[in-house]
Ligand binder design. Structure first.
Ligand code: 5AD
Ligand code: SF4
Length: 335
């Protein structure tokens, strides 16, 4: 049940009453999640991608990206390091790289789940429905599959001809399988006006997701959108605050894209309804090649520092870095 109508949302989007909006979002976050901020360790194990998304530096036609694929052993080592540093969720993320077979991914999930007490999240893109079903049986807990923009025409344009309805179908199928499912949008893609932003918020809310991301667009120099403006930070904050109000139970990250534009804005997100940080735990030799957008991964930090920096950021705000797996709070039940 929506507790807010479209007119209210439009008013907020137009910049009226920001303080009230942010306070309300924070209150709801605190009611559901207390002062805890969940941490997700992301292992970006391959930057090879089959797709041609216009906004992303990993798009297949970008010949200037140094491509890498981590071996199974290296991925398992990174997961072991992340858990030894206290991460309770491992996110396995890659481009749409089909060189890892169904069984390769399945055995990664099984080995991580049997060796560590962690939740495993998959962020692998457009893999088959049967593969996602198999990986759920292997023990994967969550999936991330972004819509990026909910207008089918813009979706087709920005995702290089891909079909919106099949993506949507996949998200619903993942929910049906029993995964906790995350999706979200990029804020401020070219030609996304306030009405399409409003529709993104309502559309995403209707999906009843467990995790929702809305981070600002950052132009990448080796993409067709190189010369465009970056997404508005204030609008990103308003969007995540509205999403929090409409989706009290959902995990909502203060996105890395926000942090790449301005680290203070990422911190502010945690005081305006967001409750998750997703530090990259990709090994040092690869992390700077995971160039979705400029500033994605600071190259000169040790991966153990990555989690520590995230924890320090949380503590400095007077909040608590959580050691829990951080499931969504659908029934307002604390773990
Ligand atoms: N700016 C901001 N976010 C981006 N993403 C991809 N490219 C960009 C960009 N240029 C986001 C998408 C994708 C996630 C890995 O990063 O939401 O799903
Ligand atoms: Fe590939 Fe994802 Fe980048 Fe699209 S957003 S090009 S699918 S890595």
């Amino acid at each position: 049940m929506h507790t807010i109508n479209e007119q209210d949302i439009l008013t907020y989007l137009l910049g009226v009453n920001d303080a009230e909006l942010f306070e309300r979002a924070n209150d709801i976050k605190v009611q559901r999640f207390g002062d805890e901020i969940f941490l997700r360790a992301i292992i970006e194990f391959s930057n090879v991608c089959d797709k041609k998304c216009h906004y992303c530096g990993l798009r297949a036609p970008n010949g200037k990206t140094e491509r890498y694929r981590m071996t199974k052993e290296d991925i398992l080592d990174a997961a072991a390091l992340a858990t030894s540093e206290g991460a309770a969720t491992i996110v396995l993320q890659s481009g749409d790289d089909f060189s890892y077979s169904t069984e390769d991914i399945g055995s990664l999930i099984q080995e991580i789940k049997s060796s560590h007490d962690v939740a495993v999240t998959l962020s692998l893109g457009d893999r088959g429905l049967d593969e996602y079903a198999y990986w759920h049986d292997c023990g994967a807990d969550r999936c991330l599959l972004k819509l990026e923009v909910t207008n089918p025409r813009l979706y087709k344009r920005f995702r290089g001809g891909e079909d919106f309805s099949s993506r949507l179908h996949k998200i619903k199928f993942l929910q049906h399988l029993g995964y906790e499912v995350g999706s979200g949008v990029i804020v401020g893609l070219p030609d996304a006006d306030l009405i399409s932003t409003l529709r993104d918020i309502l559309f995403i809310t209707d999906l009843d997701l467990d995790m929702i991301a809305a981070g600002p667009f950052i132009p990448h120099p080796q993409t067709p959108l190189a010369d465009m403006e970056h997404g508005c930070i204030d609008l990103s904050h308003r969007m995540t605050a509205l999403l929090r109000i409409l989706n009290p139970h959902a995990n909502i990250p203060a996105t890395s894209a926000l942090g790449a534009l301005d680290s203070d804005s990422q911190k502010l997100g945690l005081l305006r309804g967001c409750n998750v940080l997703m530090p990259s735990m990709t090994p040092e030799r690869h992390r700077s090649d995971y160039t979705i957008y400029p500033g994605k991964n600071a190259s000169n930090i040790d991966i153990t520092d990555s989690l520590k920096l995230a924890k320090d950021m949380i503590s400095a705000l007077g909040l608590v870095p959580s050691s829990s797996k951080g499931f969504s709070r659908r029934n307002n039940v604390h773990e």
